[in-house]
Design a binder for this molecule. Structure first.
Ligand SMILES: Nc1nc2c(c(=O)[nH]1)N[C@H]1C(S)=C(S)[C@@H](COP(=O)(O)OP(=O)(O)OC[C@H]3O[C@@H](n4cnc5c(=O)[nH]c(N)nc54)[C@H](O)[C@@H]3O)O[C@H]1N2
Ligand SMILES: Nc1nc2c(c(=O)[nH]1)N[C@H]1C(S)=C(S)[C@@H](COP(=O)(O)OP(=O)(O)OC[C@H]3O[C@@H](n4cnc5c(=O)[nH]c(N)nc54)[C@H](O)[C@@H]3O)O[C@H]1N2
Ligand SMILES: [Mo]
Length: 710
């Protein structure tokens, strides 16, 4: 009998990127646990991943290539060999390319796994070589990143571990205990030491319940709140003038802009009292170190980018950057010297290649866009659940003439529509190196067990597909380890003394950025913006493109020109009772679709332990709104607007603000009452920056399902 412990990394698209230890006995993984030595993981995993071996060994795993035998969407497949699958792909694609050109093929991927090798960019080089359309990947944080770069630049900004030193912590549009769990102990420690924790969220979340102050803001109005805070700080002269003078640009213009946002007006927009707005501004300014932790959810409205810009001005105005544990934390990912272009090979993109945004998949497949898509290749993503306009998307996926290939662990709602399904390995069966967007450690993921069935890592899948298509560039001759060598700039000072051998010995390594107790990168400015300062007035606004090239692999075609406001402003929500009274007469409730505590996006939405935790697809509604509709807790309800409808169980709770309902994303359509989930009602509309979504700006009506059926 042999037993060993293998260093791994949680694969998921989550800021925590836990260092994971897998116990392997006689070639079988019997347990996973959090690495107790890792300062951020601290020995714990979450409810999603702490039984990861059950995902690996689930009897529902796809273990062999499959070919569709039933109708699209029926989920009926038969086993074929890898050679047959590759032959079929080659034959179909060759015909499509001959007839329509390669841009009729659309890749679609996101972060099913976050590894440098198997994650976001795993297929880019292949599809660029093929000449396929470019998938513009703005699922997550593209608006906030653009806004943050415009104001502070690509900086790690604040070490999440430094929060133990903070005295005033604002958790803004983030549900830390569900979505960034391993940050919580640092916040809790600060709280024990006397820090005040403020949560700004329309919902009383698990995190809000632990806060000293929960501010239940109206969705999509955060930009107004931040500008209101700037108004109070400038009017009452709570400004750190020395910091502002030395390390910022555009103070006078920002002050003028904020003059349009006095607390009384902001109170009307946000639903927060003028006194509370003043208190928040005063306390944030005077309780140092003060820090903001923003969630990805901040960007999901018409004013999301502007909100991030205004929020990113606050710490510089009051000098929070002078202190360890002060500033604004967006994502420390920018500290990792990733060789993005080496992974993606944007140099292989052909001039004039169409760019199709991910949120527009329904439109792309139903022929609404200029480029007609004849083939879709999905890996690391489950668009049938995570993309909006679900009705349209499923209609597109059902097209008989569309040739769809999906690489997966499971027959997801998307894979059900595939012509060919390719089996993918899980994290225990593959090698990878992981960055983090929530801490400053690089983590290795070693192979713990042999691949099950004929599953392969994405790296190997693209080697096979590339060779089948006759590509012989050495890019596809590299081993995974060689790819890892190329994926990072190991000569960068932050990786000084760190290499694969060291990672193999320790499982992880902290970047050489100094200790969390001394991490104050902007005590004296040094912001990576064009001016080197915090740009209240942004010089990047003159560039005229509000989607950073990052999201389309460095490709700078299709620029949208136009005037961009160099100062942060507030743009009213696309859909809200305040701004669209006509629409609100039919659909009076503002719906939010945040993350589920027990799922990771739609991953785990099919597995027993997590489903048991999450319960049936639900919608949370306030007692007032429920009563007005004759809805009781536990009733089956229909949630709908002009785009679509889904059925769910009502959870009547004071946790929802009146006028706001909440339906977490991640439930699978096939297991839902009417075969639809929350993205049936969500729009494809873009936020102000970065082609981010506007899920927090959506209006619906809720009725009891029995009533709807009459
Ligand atoms: N358990 C779990 N953890 C996850 C994920 C998951 O699916 N499940 N997904 C991972 C991924 S991909 C991401 S991007 C992150 C996201 O992490 P978060 O941004 O924390 O995720 P959300 O739950 O979508 O939103 C957080 C909170 O924002 C609030 N909110 C929504 N709209 C607004 C608004 O307009 N203003 C304000 N102030 N608040 C608003 C919601 O009510 C919600 O409680 O989580 C990661 N971690
Ligand atoms: N309404 C609403 N919609 C949302 C959001 C929201 O908050 N509300 N959040 C948005 C955000 S922030 C994000 S990040 C996206 C997330 O969207 P996605 O990244 O598409 O997330 P998942 O639904 O988890 O789908 C990932 C799929 O990849 C598969 N997978 C995992 N590992 C591998 C692998 O190694 N190889 C292959 N081939 N496949 C693998 C998994 O089994 C899973 O089915 O959703 C977005 N959509
Ligand atoms: Mo995300």
């Amino acid at each position: 009998m042999t037993e060993k412990t293998v260093f791994g990394a949680c694969p998921h698209d989550c800021p925590d990127t836990c260092s994971m230890l897998t116990t392997v006995k006689d070639g079988k993984a019997i347990e996973v646990r959090g690495n107790p030595d890792h300062p951020f993981t601290q020995g714990g995993l979450c409810v999603k991943v702490n039984n990861y071996q059950d995902r690996v060994y689930s009897s529902d795993r796809v273990l062999y290539p499959l070919k569709r035998v039933g109708a699209k969407g029926s989920g009926e497949f038969e086993r074929i060999s890898w050679d047959q699958a590759l032959d079929e792909i080659k034959t179909r694609w060759t015909a499509i390319i001959d007839q329509h050109g390669p841009s009729a093929i659309l890749p679609y991927s996101y972060l099913g796994t976050e590894g440098l090798l198997n994650g976001l960019n795993a297929g880019d080089a292949f599809f660029n070589k093929l000449g396929a359309s470019i998938s513009e990947r703005t699922f997550c944080d593209s608006g906030a990143i653009t806004a943050f770069f415009m104001t502070c630049g690509p900086t790690a900004a604040v070490d999440p571990e430094s929060f133990v030193h903070s005295k005033y912590i604002v958790l803004w549009a983030i549900n830390t205990i569900s979505t960034n769990l391993h940050h919580w102990p640092f916040i809790a420690k600060a709280q024990e030491n006397g820090a005040k924790v403020v949560v700004i969220d329309p919902i009383s979340t698990r995190t809000a319940k632990k806060a000293d102050w929960h501010i239940a803001i109206r969705p999509g109005t955060d930009a107004a709140l931040a500008l209101g805070m700037i108004n109070v700080i400038t009017e009452e002269d709570l400004v750190d003038h020395d910091y502002v003078e030395k390390y910022t640009v555009g103070y006078d213009e920002l002050k003028d802009r904020a003059a349009n946002f006095p607390p009384d007006k902001v109170a009307q927009i946000t639903g927060i009292s003028a006194d509370d707005i003043r208190t928040l501004a005063r306390e944030f300014a005077t309780t140092q170190p003060s820090v903001i932790r923003m969630g990805v959810a901040i960007e999901r409205n018409a004013s999301g980018g502007n909100a991030v810009r205004a929020m990113s001005c606050l710490p510089a105005l009051v000098g929070s950057w002078r202190h360890c544990g002060g500033g604004i934390l967006h994502m420390p990912i920018w500290a990792f010297p990733v060789n993005w272009d080496g992974l993606s090979r944007p140099d292989w993109i052909r001039e004039g290649t169409p760019v199709i945004n991910q949120w527009r998949l329904g439109a792309a497949l139903t022929g609404e866009l200029e480029t007609k898509i004849q083939s879709l290749f999905v890996y690391n993503s489950n668009p049938a659940v995570v993309a909006p306009e679900q009705d349209k998307l499923l209609e597109g996926l059902a097209r008989e003439d569309l040739f769809t290939v999906v690489s997966e662990h499971f027959i997801t709602d998307t894979a059900r529509y595939a012509d060919i399904v390719l089996p993918a390995t899980t994290q225990l069966e593959q090698f990878d190196v992981m960055f983090s967007w929530g801490h400053l450690y690089l983590t290795i993921n070693e192979v713990a067990i042999a691949p099950l069935g004929e599953a392969v890592p994405n790296t190997e899948m693209f080697r096979r597909v590339a060779h089948a298509m006759g590509f012989n560039d050495p890019y596809w001759d590299r081993t995974d380890e060689e790819m890892a060598q190329d994926a990072l700039d190991w000569s960068n000072p932050v990786l000084d003394g760190i290499d694969l051998d060291l990672l193999r010995q320790h499982g992880y390594a902290r970047l050489k950025v100094g200790s969390p107790d001394e991490f104050v990168p902007h005590r004296e400015g040094n912001f990576p913006t064009p001016s080197g300062k915090v740009e209240f007035k942004s010089s990047m606004a003159a560039g005229g493109d509000m989607v950073l090239p990052l999201f389309r692999q460095g490709y700078t075609g299709n620029q949208r020109g136009g005037e961009i406001d160099p100062l942060p402003n507030y743009i009213p929500p696309n859909e809200s009772p305040q701004t669209n009274p006509e629409l609100a007469a039919r659909y009076p409730l503002n719906i939010l679709s945040p993350k589920s505590h027990a799922f990771l996006n739609s991953s785990y939405g099919n597995l027993d332990a997590q489903l048991h935790h999450a319960g049936e697809q639900m919608v949370m509604i306030s007692p007032d709104d429920a009563k007005a509709r004759g809805i009781a807790d536990g009733d089956a309800v229909r949630v709908f607007n002009d785009r679509g409808a889904f059925e769910a169980v009502a959870r009547v709770s004071d946790d929802a603000r009146p006028g706001v309902v909440v339906a977490p994303v991640g439930y699978w359509a096939k297991d839902s009452r009417n075969g639809r989930t929350v993205n049936a009602i969500n729009p494809p509309a873009f936020a102000d920056y970065g082609n981010a979504p506007t899920f927090s700006d959506t209006l619906v009506e809720v009725t009891s399902a029995a009533q709807a059926a009459e």
